[in-house]
Design a protein around this ligand. Structure first.
Ligand SMILES: [Zn+2]
Length: 301
């Protein structure tokens, strides 16, 4: 037998003297940025398509790559994060959204497709790009708000939490996103995740072996957010940091039989270390660079 629904035709509900606006059965209403409907499952929303559309518009804007990344990180993703935290996205959908944001970030910053995800999501103070990860943040937002409800000392909130079965919801959410129910403050959980990302990037032999030097080093990471380098210099700096600058060694990774010897001296494998510290053919440039750095330091003091 088909379900029968009764539409409330009684007196309009009021908060003090103010009447609450009805919406028709087929309509939706936006409240605090989230679309609600009497038929929850019928509100079709594709966050991946939404993010792609935003990124595509951002990509066409006459802005520098870094400015696009800043808008994505500080406006687009937080807006989407809020909306997702108030809906029920799957783990696959969240991973797909992170993949889209990384794809556009690499495109805008002219980075190689092989640049590690851990580097992009690693915080700026740890030497990474600081791109927010929805796959990490949305589940934590949801679980954090449930924990807050569960642990509230307010009598009304306690009764509400019990009435909606917050304990069961919490268990289901932890199972769904395959994370352990946090037993400590959410801030500690976030710090643990941050540390995990950093270690993941640092353990990548080809891209992150120098990561520990940049950990919490403001002098080494300040250029990531400040407008001190030109667009081209910024891209090269990111390539150098991730060891993806197109040296012969970098370009031959995963391939066999290519010539990896230095194009200038031919004496050693063309790696970043060889070019910046050993190659005799660029010794003069190295000295000039050293003197230029000394000049900048002297003029800054
Ligand atoms: Zn050389």
């Amino acid at each position: 037998m088909a379900k029968t629904y009764v539409i409330n035709c009684g007196d309009q509900l009021r908060i003090e003297a103010e009447a609450i606006t009805w919406i028709e059965p087929g309509d939706t209403a936006k409240y605090l940025g989230v679309t609600h409907s009497p038929w929850i499952k019928k509100v079709k929303y594709d966050p991946t398509e939404h993010l792609r559309s935003w990124c595509s518009k951002l990509g066409r804007a006459p802005l520098k790559g870094r400015q696009k990344l800043l808008l994505l990180s500080q406006h687009v993703l937080p807006k989407l994060r809020y909306r997702l935290a108030n809906s029920d996205p799957s783990k696959v959908v969240l991973a797909g959204l992170d993949s889209v944001s990384r794809e556009y970030t690499k495109r805008w910053m002219n980075l190689s497709t092989c640049v590690s995800s851990a580097f992009l999501h690693c915080s700026v103070q740890d030497g990474g790009v600081g791109l927010p990860s929805l796959a990490t943040e949305v589940p934590l937002d949801k679980i954090g708000s449930m924990l807050w409800l569960d642990g509230s000392q307010d009598g009304h909130v306690k009764r509400l939490a019990k009435a909606i079965g917050i304990e069961d919801e919490l268990e289901t959410a932890c199972r769904r996103w395959e994370i352990q129910r946090p037993t400590k403050k959410m801030r500690s959980v976030v710090n643990e995740i941050r540390q995990k990302r950093r270690v993941e990037w640092e353990n990548l032999g080809s891209q992150g072996p120098r990561g520990p030097y940049w950990r919490k080093c403001r002098a080494s990471n300040g250029w990531m957010r400040r407008d001190v380098l030109s667009e081209g210099e910024h891209t090269v700096a990111l390539q150098l940091r991730t060891n993806t600058y197109p040296t012969r060694e970098a370009m031959s990774r995963g391939r066999k039989g290519g010539n990896v010897m230095c194009r200038r001296c031919g004496q050693s494998v063309e790696t970043l270390g060889h070019i910046t510290r050993q190659c005799l053919a660029v010794k003069c440039n190295r000295i000039k660079r050293h003197n230029k750095v000394c000049g900048i330091l002297v003029s800054a003091t």
